[in-house]
Design a protein around this ligand. Structure first.
Ligand SMILES: [Zn+2]
Ligand SMILES: [Zn+2]
Length: 123
């Protein structure tokens, strides 16, 4: 039996879901993730890109990471909420933001990455 994890934007226009268990989780403290989250870090679930389906006005903003990778920030065009991220470094994966899931409790914290830009006000 395959587990399905649906999610979407606050406004409801954009929806997505992935099948199966996440491969791993990270908490990223990089400056890009701070901009996207409006906070100190952004939790992410790495899932198989082939297992993710999507509907609605999901658009992508591309940026080049400090590492040189091309990052794709996917967000709802109606409201603007960030939904998931892709990176040229791991094109077979999608990094889903657990707060966008209908059941965010599936998230289990994994490794901290880019802690050099961690902020002193982070709890
Ligand atoms: Zn990041
Ligand atoms: Zn929306």
């Amino acid at each position: 039996m395959t587990e399905t994890h649906p999610g979407g934007c606050l406004c409801g226009a954009s929806r997505f879901q992935f099948e199966g268990a996440p491969k791993f989780a990270i908490q990223c403290f990089c400056r890009d993730c701070q901009h996207v989250s409006g906070s100190d870090h952004l939790p992410q679930l790495a899932v198989d890109r082939a297992m993710l389906t999507r509907t609605g006005p999901i658009e992508r903003y591309e940026d080049t990471a400090e590492s040189g990778s091309t990052l794709g920030f996917h967000f709802c065009a109606d409201f603007g909420a960030p939904l998931f991220k892709t990176t040229s470094k791991a094109p077979e994966l999608v990094f889903v933001y657990p707060g966008a899931l209908d059941d965010p409790s599936v998230y289990e914290p994994g490794q901290n990455v880019f802690e050099a830009s961690r902020q002193p006000w982070d709890s």
